[in-house]
Ligand binder design. Sequence first.
Ligand code: PLP
Length: 338
Amino acid sequence: MSFVLHVDGERWRAGHDHFVAEHPGVVPVVKGNGYGFGRDLLCAEAARLGVPMVAVGAYAEAATALATFGGDGLVMEPYRAAVHADLPDLANRQVVHTVTTESDLESLRSVAGEARVVVEGLTSMNRYGTPVADVAALAGVADALGVTLHLPLGTGHVEEISRFIAAVPGVQTWFVSHVTAAELATLAARFPEHEFRPRIGTDLWYADKGSYEVRAHVLDVRPVSKGARVGYRQRAVGPGHLVVVSGGTSHGVAMESPSPAATARSRAIAVTEGILEAAHRVRSPFTVSGLMPRFAEPPHMQCSLLVLPTGVVPPRIGDEVTVRMRLTTTTPDAVIVS
Ligand SMILES: *Cc1c(COP(=O)(O)O)cnc(C)c1O
């Protein structure tokens, strides 16, 4: 185990407690790689938080999640007769299905007569959903628990949600995504009779970014003289030290700038890194001896070759180094909660 997500459990959980207190009605999202923590850990944490419902991304995730969680599980992928009609647990009473058409609803109810559903509205996201003009009719036929809306990142959500609510007067419960606490407060004030259930993953699970970190082990260290050839591609490196660390493509380590390019400056850096990448000298996400050294070549499956410049004191074999990665695409060897 040498590429490990370390979690300070007490601090991590305190972050969630604080977040949930500020977001009443939150439906924690547990999907994909479990935001790096793993879906089982997040389901156990959702149970500890005492929320009545989690949202999973797909039917494939529902059974294990609900066994751990115990409450309701909203499946966010839409039920499609053509795709899902043969699944074994459609009638699981914990599951809440998402439907967008009447024919899918009929198919679902023919295999699971009591199936509970929400209707998804087609928002400006333009992913999947029922057009706004048809939501009320489908929600009525389905006796839906509520309507769900998935909105793009950014703002302007309140007006779009308000248009849906005006078009669907009979529905009280609205599941919404990517809506800020301020927008939720505006909605609650504008529609005091309605209940808003924000579906949140990122901001909840990463509420306290200082409460976890990925650490990798140094597996080897070797001085290299100028022009020394290393790796699959036999590229020339040095002078300095070659440092081999655990963590490779199977863990999600990639040759990319470690954080999203949000500012003009970071975009400019990304362009520069792109040029460096062409020369196979992109900065790695590992912090070694106080700096983020460059990759000697693209990461291997389970380890990476880094180059420390001359003059930098190298680490020792067995040392731990921190790794700055987007956890939604990280697959650690282990998650250790202490
Ligand atoms: C992933 C997802 C969310 C949660 O998104 P975060 O940005 O992680 O909070 C909410 N709703 C839907 C439909 C999603 O697919």
